[in-house]
Design a binder for this molecule. Structure first.
Ligand code: ATP
Length: 573
């Protein structure tokens, strides 16, 4: 079932209610010219004041019914469109949260934000518009056409010419407009992407005096967006007046034919006025149709773009199935594992490796060797392209990601903190952690002392992304957050790169006792960070080129020896 079908099912009764009110409102509008014609042709022409008063009263009553119907459909349409918008936003948000990382990379983060905000708003406008003006326009247009022809079939011959011409104009308008609005949406994505990058990287931009460069880039993208929007809007500006011109020519023809008819005594003035009123209603309906076309096209693009996100199969969230709170022992086997982000290039090539419970495994290698990619496969952030990863002998593709991650903690390369207090951030590791547990983790991560130096201690507010902390402080908090979790498997991905050597040495010592029972992966650029590890894994160009203890690797692995000598000198290795 397509996603919008579920919304249709849920809201179809309210939607139908709104349509009933729209029809009632349109009928009231359609009755007005006929009533007016009677007042002129009978009341005014025959000087019958009672008839004028009576029909005037009827006209007021019809107007009042129309106003009530309009109020009712306004209430329904605004409520339903807001509800649909809110629910759809939540649905897309939840889907984005569950998307596999490969899909997040594919859609691009800025594109996902646009889909969640702008595209949902477009659909919301469509729902609102449909229940209000979009449905009223065709009802009014067709109704006015029928009323006009039945009022005076001879004048109706004008419509036989005018309406098809206008119909063709609208059709061409749609054919030309649709691809242009697709381009507008793509340009908006690009604009969002540029803004997001420039704002997220504002420090780098300033540090490199890149303001002018970024400004030029933004201006180009902004002008590109403007050009495409103008091109799309220009379609409307050409077609709107053409439609109005055609209709006005029709009105002139009616006046000419009607004038002759009145002169010959074959027609009444009231009929001609009513006919022109109906023509104005038809014109109004057609103009509205061409205007709402804009909303329709944008919404159609948005419906499709949101559909693309919702169609991706999310990573299953199997929380409910986890009954046992068992622990992992922490043995991990990589069996001929290969991995590629995209099919063209293998990032990991045929890796076989066994990590035993309680071991600390250092991972080292040149930049881009595949170190982060390797550890991201363990909590199933990505799935191997070939081979298997086993945890305690069980293929992890059979273990739910939720369960895997419950017993693992990963400290990513880029320490990301959320806005809120330091305590809130540490609670991310384990929601029910006590103050003692939080402090213990912070002490091991060498964060407790600097936290206590803040006047508000653990209640200190962290700005968005941790702006008010140094790089090393952020990394230490990110490590503390992972330690609070008390995981069975701990993964530190180059997470002490901004920490000074002295602090890192203290942390290493404190971590030794903490990690004695668990399997710990440490990715590092500095050889001193992994020199004491039970096993050091050396990666180069996605291949495993060495595994063993420091002394063994110095003797047997050329890549390791080279890294070691470049950092510690020949005498140090
Ligand atoms: N999300 C991604 N999409 C596509 N390619 C990626 C992605 N992440 C990493 N890569 C590529 O995969 C390769 C390995 O990257 P990875 O981050 O695993 O290396 P690394 O050894 O951890 O590097 P570093 O030490 O610099 O952090 C690189 O060539 C990189 O360009």
């Amino acid at each position: 079932m397509r996603y919008w079908e579920s919304y249709w099912r849920k809201y179809r009764i309210k939607f139908t209610g709104a349509v009933v009110f729209v029809i009632l409102e349109a009928l009231c509008d359609l009755l007005q010219p006929t009533i007016m014609a009677s007042i002129i042709d009978i009341g005014v022409a025959e000087r019958n004041i009672d008839y004028v008063l009576y029909m005037g009263g009827v006209m007021l009553l019809v107007t009042a019914v129309g106003a009530l119907a309009a109020t009712a459909r306004n209430i329904i349409s605004s409520t339903v469109s807001q509800q649909v918008g809110t629910e759809l936003r939540s649905q897309v948000y939840e889907k984005i949260q569950s998307l596999p990382f490969a899909a997040v990379d594919k859609f691009d983060r800025a594109g996902l934000v646009t889909r969640l905000t702008n595209d949902v708003t477009q659909i919301q406008s469509l729902v609102n518009g449909m229940m209000r003006i979009s449905l009223k326009a065709p009802i009014l247009g067709i109704g006015a056409l029928i009323m006009a022809v039945s009022l005076n079939p001879r004048l109706g011959s004008v419509l036989v010419v005018v309406v098809p011409v206008v119909g063709v104009l609208i059709f061409i308008n749609m054919r030309v407009g649709y691809p242009r609005f697709l381009q507008v949406q793509a340009a908006l994505d690009q604009l969002n992407r540029t803004v997001r990058e420039a704002i997220a990287g504002v420090r780098v931009v300033r540090a490199f005096n890149g303001f002018v460069y970024e400004q030029t880039k933004f201006r180009d993208v902004n002008v590109g967006f403007q050009d495409r929007s103008v091109a799309a809007m220009r379609t409307m500006t050409v077609f709107g007046p053409s439609i109005a011109l055609t209709m006005n020519l029709g009105i002139v023809a009616v006046l000419w034919l009607g004038g002759n008819g009145v002169h010959n005594g074959q027609m009444q003035v009231g009929h001609i006025i009513a006919f022109i009123n109906y023509m104005t209603q038809i014109l109004f309906a057609l103009v509205i149709v061409s205007l709402v076309f804009n909303v329709f096209v944008r919404a159609r693009v948005s419906v499709q773009r949101i559909g693309e996100v919702l169609a991706v199969e999310g990573v299953p969230d199997e929380r409910i199935n986890v009954e046992d709170d068992c622990c992992f022992q922490g043995r991990i086997d990589f069996e001929r594992v290969s991995f590629a982000y995209d099919k063209s290039k293998l990032v990991l090539d045929n890796i076989s490796l066994t990590c035993l419970p309680g071991e600390t495994i250092g991972i080292i290698g040149p930049t881009g060797a595949g170190k982060s990619s390797l550890v991201q496969l363990i909590p199933r952030m990505y799935e191997p392209t070939a081979g298997k990863i086993k945890l305690d002998g069980q293929d992890i593709s059979r273990i739910s990601p939720w369960r895997l991650r419950e017993k693992m903690a990963i400290v990513p390369q880029k320490a990301l903190l959320f806005s809120g207090s330091i305590r809130d951030n540490l609670h991310w590791g384990k929601a029910e952690a006590t103050q003692e547990e939080i402090e213990e983790a912070a002490r091991i991560a060498q964060a407790h002392d600097f936290i206590m130096e803040f006047p508000e201690g653990y209640e200190t507010r962290i700005g968005q992304g941790g702006v008010n902390l140094s790089g090393g402080q952020k990394q230490r908090l990110a490590i503390a957050r992972a330690l609070v979790r008390k995981p069975d498997i701990l993964i530190l991905d180059d997470s002490t790169s901004a920490v000074d050597l002295e602090t890192e040495a203290r942390m290493k010592q404190a971590l030794q006792a903490y990690t004695a029972e668990l399997t710990c992966f440490i990715i590092a650029q500095r050889i001193t960070s992994v020199v004491d590890a039970d096993m050091i894994v050396v990666l180069d160009g996605g291949r495993l080129v060495g595994a063993g203890r420091h002394e063994e690797l110095v003797a047997s692995c050329a890549v390791y020896r080279e890294i070691c000598q470049s950092q510690l000198g020949k005498e140090g290795c």
